[in-house]
Design a protein around this ligand. Sequence first.
Ligand code: HPA
Length: 269
Amino acid sequence: MYLKAAEYIKSRLPAGRIPKICLILGSGLGVLANNIEEAVQIEYSDIPNFPQTTVEGHAGRLVYGNLKEKPVIAMQGRFHYYEGKKLEEVVFPVRVMKAIGVEILIITNAAGGINMQFKPGDIMLITDHINFSGVNPLRGNNLDELGPRFPDMTYAYDPELMDKAMQAAEKLEISLKRGVYAMMQGPSFETPAEIRMLRIIGADAVGMSTVPEVITAVHAKIRVLGISCITNMAAGILKQPLTHQEVMDTANQARGKFIRLLEAVIAAL
Ligand code: HPA
């Protein structure tokens, strides 16, 4: 299934310029793909077996090209479990990327801040995660050609890539927080009680994505760098209701800083 998709994508890329870096762009960050030079756009609907975006107005395309003189491939539009997609579909693109030859996955998202030191607009390096979604993309027959039945998750977030991100942030004088990302299934936001629980078990931020793709990437020996935009304080902290609008507004405000950081990291890879 994923091999056929990969073959098609490879046939659309310039020979000898296989991207080693894949970017999955979260809410409000899709515009980073506009900075990609000599872009080749590949609509999801043209790729055999590729899942389709269900949310109207959301882009659904791969953008290949150069970012900081490095060949990259970005997913503009990602899939969420809460959309009703099978987890297999949510992580399908990661397997396609592996088959293309991608070695590094840079994955971004919008997340609610649980750590009281954070504030909306902060950027957080994901140092580890808690899979609180109740599901795992590796359930079922193991794809032995990709990785082992019981993959180690000790270094899910690549220490060397984390160092590079910290160094890039320091150079740019961007304050880069660090923390543990917890995934909830959504689509309802969490209750204040759930946020207190997540804080007790060691989460610094919460969101509804990323963890399935990271597990799939680690299984297939793709190195992962995860970065969250803290778009809001999680439920119950500021005593005000959460809205998707707030999430999008903060992501839009923070995105200049976010993009500068990502570009600096890519330049350093
Ligand atoms: N909870 C879950 N997902 C989110 C949040 C949140 O507070 N903010 C952005 N994505």
